[in-house]
Design a protein around this ligand. Structure first.
Ligand code: ATP
Ligand code: MG
Length: 361
């Protein structure tokens, strides 16, 4: 069986370092591993509109931002197909049929949707489209027969929902769809990177992000203002590294060679953590080190972005070609789905024959 990747992002803002460690960096590695037959990367504009219906301009502006972030992180249009969700109408058709296989109470139980509804203060005014986005995500994944979906931890309930739809569809209509596997980052700290404010998740909607395209000065400012252990007031105080976002970011980004380069008094992160825990190590020193580490990771990304920014029409061309290729594949899956559901009347010679005989009698 082919090995196929599908993943994507909502164009609701520029991408941040949470996206980078949670999914983007891994995607580039998977793309370059040669182990996959196809890699599909989707800019989920239709999904972004489910909670931004009154702000289409925001979505429109951010398509190019997300595309630039992709390319500057190393996604290569020669190896990966980058597509725009709304340009593949087959995805809507698939969603429409999958809706019959999911109950309202099942959607209400989805913990990610629950917390997103709370975050957006939707309460009773949830748009139906937002409420049903896990179904549309199942359409995205199955349209490309994805076997592997590399995402952050917050997407686990979506993958569960997709698997249920696949099983239900295949059991009712016959083996047609492929059940995907989730691929989470192996580094624990990258599963759900917290915000600079210490909130559980760095998220465009929460304004607590370090963006991949932030200037070096902005990155530094954000890091120096980061939330740390609130009880670590004096340098001599013992500090907590658990739940401390500065140390979680170090877990996500730092490697031993960074110590040699920027902080040679320590051999590795364990030694730094031990010093912080027993007291005598100030936040400022740790933040300065984190700044060096993150700047080193972001610098080549910023440089490549500057290059890509010089030819924006070429980027739209990449997106157009990717969307066209994606549509061909989605159309093939949709026709298989319709055949399985027996709603392919005009291709169904047997049906026409059967009906003709019935009326001849
Ligand atoms: P929004 O607030 O608009 O939902 P978002 O920041 O959650 O935006 P998405 O586009 O929903 O971003 O997520 C894209 C991908 O990035 C998903 O695979 C998601 O799991 C991953 N991701 C997003 N935020 C983080 C994070 N803080 N840590 C790890 N992975 C993340
Ligand atoms: Mg999200």
């Amino acid at each position: 069986m082919s090995k196929i990747i599908l993943t994507g992002d909502r164009p609701t803002g520029k991408l941040h370092v949470g996206h980078y460690v949670g999914s983007l960096k891994g995607r580039v590695e998977l793309q370059n591993s040669g182990a996959y037959d196809e890699v599909f990367i989707m800019i989920a504009d239709a999904q972004a509109l489910t909670d931004n219906a009154d702000n289409p301009e925001k979505v429109r502006q951010n398509i190019i931002e997300v595309a630039l972030d992709y390319l500057s992180c190393g996604l290569d249009p020669e190896k990966a197909t980058i597509l725009i969700q709304s340009q593949i109408p087959e995805l809507c058709e698939l969603s429409f049929y999958y809706m019959n296989l999911v109950t309202v109470s099942r959607l209400q139980r989805n913990p990610t949707v629950k917390s997103e509804i709370q975050m957006r203060n939707f309460e009773a005014s949830i748009p139906v489209g937002f409420f049903t986005y896990p179904i549309s995500q199942a359409a995205d994944i199955t349209a490309f027969k994805a076997t592997t979906v590399p995402v952050g931890e917050d997407q686990l309930p979506m993958l569960e929902q997709t698997k249920e739809i696949v099983r239900k569809f295949n059991s009712v209509y016959g083996e047609t769809l492929v059940e995907p596997e989730v691929l989470l980052p192996s580094n624990q700290a990258c599963l759900r990177l917290p915000g600079t404010d210490g909130k559980a998740k760095m998220s465009k909607s929460l304004n607590n992000c370090i963006y991949l395209s932030d200037s070096p000065d902005d990155v530094k400012k954000k890091i120096m203002n980061m939330f740390t252990d609130p009880n670590h007031l004096k340098v001599s105080d013992p500090g907590r590294v658990e739940g401390n976002p500065v140390f979680i970011y170090l877990d996500a980004f730092c490697q031993d060679h960074h110590f040699e380069e920027f902080l040679p008094e320590y051999a590795n992160l364990d030694e730094l953590k031990a010093h912080y825990t027993r007291g005598g190590l100030g936040d400022v020193k740790v933040k300065r080190f984190l700044n060096e580490v993150i700047q080193e990771e972001l610098e080549p990304i910023r440089k490549r972005r500057k290059e890509y920014e010089k030819d924006i029409p070429a980027i739209y061309e990449i997106l157009k070609k990717g969307s066209e290729k994606a549509e061909e594949i989605a159309a093939k899956t949709l026709s298989e789905v319709k055949a399985a559901m027996k709603i392919n009347y005009f291709d169904d010679a047997e049906l026409i024959q059967e009906q003709a005989e019935r009326f001849r009698k």
